[in-house]
Design a protein around this ligand. Structure first.
Ligand code: PHE
Length: 503
C-alpha cells in the first residue's frame, strides 16, 4: 500500500499495545507536531490508527502563592497570634491580635475571611476567639501549595487546589494531549508493507503540461484541524454595526443626512423650541467652542420665525415662553449634543432645498454630551437619528417603525414610556431588555414634532422623529454590560477581536 510519507512515518512510530503521545511520535518520526497530528487524523479516518484526547492541567503558583510557601498563610499567622493572646480561652480584642500577628494592609482582610471560613475560630463585633482544636499546622491549602511548588501534584487535595485558584494563589492552564495507537487494521497494513508515496500539495503548470498530474498523489487537507489564531486589523464592531444600521434604514426607504459636528445653538436647540434658559443648554450639559465662538451665517427669515415662535408661540392660541431670546445666543457654537440639528437643517430646506412629503431621512453620527462616565454613559456616542415626513402620522406609525427596525437586530421586546421633550408632543422613550442582566435599558427617545417646531421651518405636514443610541443597541445585541468595553482605553480587546457582526 502507498501512503503519504508523514502517514507512513506515524504508522511506523505508533505502537499496537500502548497509546503514545503524538509529540513523542512526531519527534521519533522527525515530523513537526502539527504534521504528525494531521497525518494521525488521516490515518484515523481510514481506520488504521486510533487517536485519543485528554486534558492535562498544569498548575503554577502566582507570586502571592509563592510568598506563602516560603512564609505561611495569613490566617495561620492570625491563629498563632490569637492563641498567644489567649483567644482559645476567652474573647480577645481583634486590634490587639492583629497588631501582634504582624499582618498589614490587604493581608488583614485575607486572614480574617479565611480564618472564619476554615473554622479556626470566630470573629464577632471586634472580638476574636480561637478554636483550640483547629489544626492550622495541617492546613490542606498550605499542603497543596507546597505540593504544587515541589511538583508532587498527586498529593494535593482537589478541593484545596480549587480553593487556591479562587484565592488567586494558583493558575491553572489546560492542555489537550493527543495519543495514538495502532488498530488491528493498522497492524495488518504494516505487516503487508506500506511505502511512502511522494505527495504533492499544489497543482503547478509543470505538472499540468508534463501530464504528471495523473500519477501523483495529492496531499489531503484537513479543514477541521485547529488553525493558529491570527488577530489582524479589522473594522470595529461599532462601525460594522453602524453600517448594518445604515443598510437596514436604506432598505426601509430612508436617505442619509450629513452635517457639522460643531454647529450653532440655533440648529441644535432654538429650532427645537428649547427655551434659551433651558437647563440642558448650559455648559453643565454641552461643550461650547471658545474659538470660533459664533457661526458665520444663519438664514435671517428663519431666525425671525423661530424668535417669534419662542416669544409669541405659533397660531392664534399659541403661547411662547415669554423669556428672553437673543440671536447672539443662537449663534453660539457647540459640539452637537444630538443629531436633531441635522434634522432641523434638512427639514428647513437649508441643506438640500424644500422637501415634498412623503420623505424619510436618517443619520448614524457622533454626538457629544458632558455626562459623567459610567457603564452606560460616555462623553460621546453614536446616535441613530431619523424622521419621517408625511400626512397624518400617528403614534402607531412611530411604534410600527421601531418594531420593524429593531426586529432586524433580533430585538422583539421593545417597551414604550411616555416622555417629555420641548420639541415633540407626544414623546416616547424606548426600552429593551439586556440579554444578560435582564435589566430594562433605555435605547432611545422619540416623538412627533410640535407646531412650534414645524411651523417656523415651513413644514405643513406631520413629522415623526427619533434619536436612538447605537451603543445601547450593541449592548442588547451582544450582551456586554459596560460601554467602555467597546470604546476607549479600557476596551476589551478579546471581545473586539472575536465578536462577529452578522448581516
Ligand atoms: N434629540 C433627542 C435625544 O437626543 C432624540 C429625539 C429626536 C427625540 C427627535 C424626538 C425627536 O434624546
Amino acid at each position: 500500500m502507498k501512503r503519504p510519507q508523514a502517514q507512513v512515518a506515524v504508522l511506523k512510530a505508533a505502537d499496537a499495545d500502548d497509546p503514545r503521545r503524538i509529540d513523542e511520535v512526531a519527534d521519533e518520526a522527525g515530523l513537526k507536531p502539527e504534521t504528525a497530528t494531521r497525518a494521525a487524523f488521516e490515518l484515523e479516518d481510514d481506520g488504521l490508527l486510533s487517536v485519543t484526547e485528554e486534558t492535562v492541567e498544569h498548575y503554577t503558583l502566582t507570586d502571592e502563592g509563592t510568598q506563602y510557601v516560603f512564609e505561611s498563610l495569613p490566617e495561620q499567622d492570625l491563629y498563632e497570634a490569637a492563641i498567644d493572646a489567649g483567644a482559645d480561652e476567652d474573647q480577645v480584642q481583634m486590634g490587639q491580635v492583629i497588631g501582634a500577628s504582624g499582618l498589614e494592609g490587604s493581608a488583614v482582610d485575607i486572614a480574617l475571611s479565611n480564618y472564619a471560613r476554615k473554622g479556626y475560630g470566630e470573629i464577632d463585633s471586634g472580638e476574636i476567639t480561637a478554636d483550640p482544636d483547629a489544626k492550622p499546622g495541617q492546613d490542606a491549602e498550605m499542603y497543596a501549595l507546597e505540593a504544587v511548588a515541589d511538583e508532587r501534584l498527586e498529593e494535593a487535595d482537589a478541593e484545596a487546589l480549587d480553593q487556591l485558584e479562587r484565592r488567586g494563589l494558583l493558575e491553572v492552564r489546560e492542555e489537550t494531549v493527543r495519543s495514538v495507537q495502532l488498530t488491528d487494521d493498522g497492524v495488518t497494513a504494516l505487516m503487508a508493507g506500506v511505502e511512502a508515496a511522494e505527495t504533492v500539495d499544489r497543482l503547478t503548470a509543470e505538472l499540468l503540461t508534463s501530464g504528471e498530474w495523473e500519477d501523483v498523489e495529492f496531499t489531503e487537507y484537513n479543514v477541521e484541524a485547529d488553525a493558529e489564531d491570527v488577530s489582524h486589523g479589522k473594522e470595529h464592531i461599532l462601525r460594522q454595526t453602524a453600517n448594518r444600521v445604515k443598510d437596514t434604514l436604506v432598505g426601509m426607504g430612508f436617505q442619509e443626512m450629513a452635517g457639522p459636528h460643531v454647529d450653532a445653538q440655533f440648529w441644535i436647540n432654538d429650532c427645537l423650541f428649547m427655551p434659551q434658559d433651558h437647563p440642558a443648554r448650559t455648559h453643565w450639559d454641552q461643550f461650547a467652542l471658545e474659538r470660533p465662538d459664533e457661526i458665520g451665517e444663519l438664514p435671517e427669515d428663519l431666525v425671525e420665525r423661530v424668535r417669534s415662535a419662542h416669544k409669541e408661540g405659533v397660531g392664534p392660541d399659541g403661547e411662547g415662553y415669554h423669556s428672553p431670546w437673543e440671536e447672539e445666543v443662537a449663534r453660539g457654537l457647540d459640539l452637537r449634543g444630538h443629531t436633531t440639528s441635522l434634522s432641523m437643517r434638512y427639514l428647513s430646506g437649508e441643506e438640500i432645498g424644500e422637501l415634498e412629503p412623503p420623505k424619510r431621512f436618517f443619520s448614524v453620527e457622533k454626538v457629544y454630551r458632558n455626562d459623567t462616565l459610567d457603564p452606560t454613559h460616555l462623553l460621546e456616542f453614536f446616535q441613530i437619528e431619523g424622521w419621517v415626513m408625511a400626512e397624518d402620522l400617528s403614534v402607531r406609525d412611530l411604534m410600527g417603525t421601531f418594531t420593524e427596525f429593531y426586529e432586524q437586530f433580533g430585538i422583539t421586546d421593545l417597551e414604550f414610556k411616555p416622555h417629555y421633550n420641548p420639541y415633540t408632543e407626544p414623546s416616547f422613550e424606548l426600552f429593551g431588555t439586556h440579554p444578560e442582566t435582564g435589566e430594562v435599558v433605555e435605547v432611545g427617545n422619540s416623538g412627533i414634532f410640535r407646531e412650534e417646531v414645524l411651523s417656523p421651518l415651513g413644514v405643513e405636514c406631520d413629522v415623526m422623529a427619533w434619536g436612538l443610541s447605537l451603543e445601547r443597541l450593541l449592548m442588547l445585541m451582544y450582551g456586554f454590560e459596560d460601554i467602555r468595553d467597546v470604546h476607549g482605553t479600557l476596551c476589551d480587546l478579546e471581545l473586539l477581536r472575536t465578536t462577529e457582526v452578522l448581516h
